[in-house]
Ligand binder design. Structure first.
Ligand code: UD1
Length: 427
């Protein structure tokens, strides 16, 4: 019953309030979603993992890890201890897991440790076709056999994984990390070329290296992994979430507010900072904070989503919400996912003037959005609707917020502390 209630939750936003004050950013979702399965690779000891975001996707992975026989104990908010020496199963499945993307990391981790894995086919937000052929190509190059049957990916390598040279045909975050996981205990050296360079790739490599792995080059497009026989437990703190930070930066600017966003790595936010500066917004970088302030109407700009260090696709949707009320015409080119414009129809309900053709959205800025009943069609579309609700005239009701809860911790509390007005209702 509780689950049904959560599914029906809605956010009610009273728009038009200027955000001001401080907000503390949580741990990086996409790093944490890889680090938790990576902890399964330990042969002795336990992993103490800190700065985990308090979001539904993390709870789902913690439950899954527990269901495999590992001991998962919560030490504190955002801090779990995982002891993985008692794993009894390599079958990873479950209703909740079908909804998330990161389940694919269990393939790399379990293959590396046990030479076999059976994992439910990854789900996640419906923002495009999202194949996993590059993951599979990597595992096969290392000697694994992969079969997909009845919605389950079965991977096995009777003679263990062997290091290989793998050139990724597309720059893929998931494939880069998954191959790193598998290669960490393979025999010999694996070289991943055309690797993704996102901050969370470096974070996962740092975690694995703290466990005793030998990974070099993470953060560049060539990563070398020298397989080791043994990995041990460690203590590790996840980096701050670049996308949550970017969402607050955009919301601060959109409400013409003045917000200090704390616990961030400003270097990871450079592409967002550059675009906000272009729009006429002031940004002050501190050592581990950024202050975003804005007192006039923002200027429209063009953005193209690209792999890191380019503008992140995960912020395209919240940024589109801000562009709907920015002066003049803006063009958004979504080059990563072919169906990441579902938020556009929802923004139109609020009066936005947007035309989409293929991967391009053309936005003619209007003076103000008007509150309406809208739906979160996926995780970042949900974030876009929150930004839109905060700037709109009147009340916005967002349904389907299970998506938002998958990736944003305490979203209403964080915005309300800044002066926003967001209420959660259970229907
Ligand atoms: C991850 C993130 C997601 C983010 C995305 C891009 C997680 C759990 N999710 O998703 O939030 O939006 O990176 O930064 O970390 N592709 C292939 N074949 C593959 C793999 C990917 O063609 O085997 C394509 C995809 O369809 C997409 C592009 O490569 O067009 C990038 O995808 P990828 O970086 O792999 O994204 P995900 O790992 O799914």
């Amino acid at each position: 019953m509780k689950r049904m209630g959560a599914l029906m939750d809605k956010l009610i936003i009273e728009g038009g309030r200027r955000l001001s004050g401080d907000v503390v950013i949580g741990g990086a979702k996409n790093a944490a979603l890889a680090i938790l399965p990576a902890a399964l690779l330990t042969d002795e000891g336990y992993c103490d993992i800190d700065n985990l975001p308090e979001i539904e996707d993390i709870k789902c992975l913690e439950n899954t890890i527990g269901s495999l026989g590992a001991r998962v104990s919560k030490q504190n908010i955002g801090h779990v201890r995982i002891e993985a020496s008692h794993i009894v199963s390599t079958l990873v499945q479950g209703e909740d897991l079908r909804r998330i993307r990161a389940s694919y990391y269990f393939i790399g981790a379990l293959l590396a440790k046990f030479g076999k894995a059976e994992v439910v086919y990854p789900g996640g937000c419906e923002i495009g076709v999202r194949p996993i052929d590059q993951h599979i190509k990597g595992f096969e190059a290392m000697g694994a056999t992969i079969e997909v049957e009845h919605g389950i990916i079965r991977a096995y390598s009777e003679n263990g994984l062997k290091g290989a040279n793998i050139y990724l045909d597309v720059v893929s975050v998931g494939a880069t990390i998954n191959i790193m996981l598998a290669a960490s205990k393979a025999e010999g050296v694996t070289v991943i070329e055309n690797a993704a360079k996102e901050p969370h790739i470096v974070d996962v490599a740092n975690f694995l290296n703290t466990m005793g792995a030998n990974i070099k080059g993470a953060g560049t497009d060539v990563i070398k992994v020298k397989g080791v026989k043994h990995l041990k437990g460690c203590s590790y703190s996840v980096i701050p979430d670049q996308i949550e930070a970017g969402t607050f930066m955009i919301a601060a600017a959109a409400t013409r507010g003045d917000v200090v966003i704390k616990n961030v790595i400003p270097k990871h936010l450079e592409s967002i900072t550059a675009k906000l500066l272009e729009m006429g917004i002031s940004i002050e970088e501190g050592e581990d904070s950024v202050r975003v302030s804005c007192s006039t109407r923002t200027k429209g700009i063009n953005i193209k989503t690209l792999p890191y260090p380019g503008f992140p696709t995960d912020l395209q949707q919240p940024m589109t919400a801000l562009l709907t009320v920015s002066k003049g015409r803006s063009i958004v080119n979504e080059s990563i996912f072919e169906a990441r414009f579902k938020h556009v129809d929802e923004l139109k309900r609020m009066g936005a003037n947007i035309k989409v053709e293929g991967k391009i959205a053309v936005i003619e800025g209007i003076d103000c959005l008007s509150g309406a009943e809208v739906v979160a069609t996926d995780l970042r579309a949900g974030a876009a609707m929150v930004v839109a609700g905060l700037i709109a005239d009147g009340i916005t009701t967002i349904a389907n917020i299970k998506y938002i809860d998958r990736g944003y911790e305490k979203i209403e509390e964080k915005f309300n502390n800044l002066g926003g007005s967001i209420k959660r209702i259970h229907e």
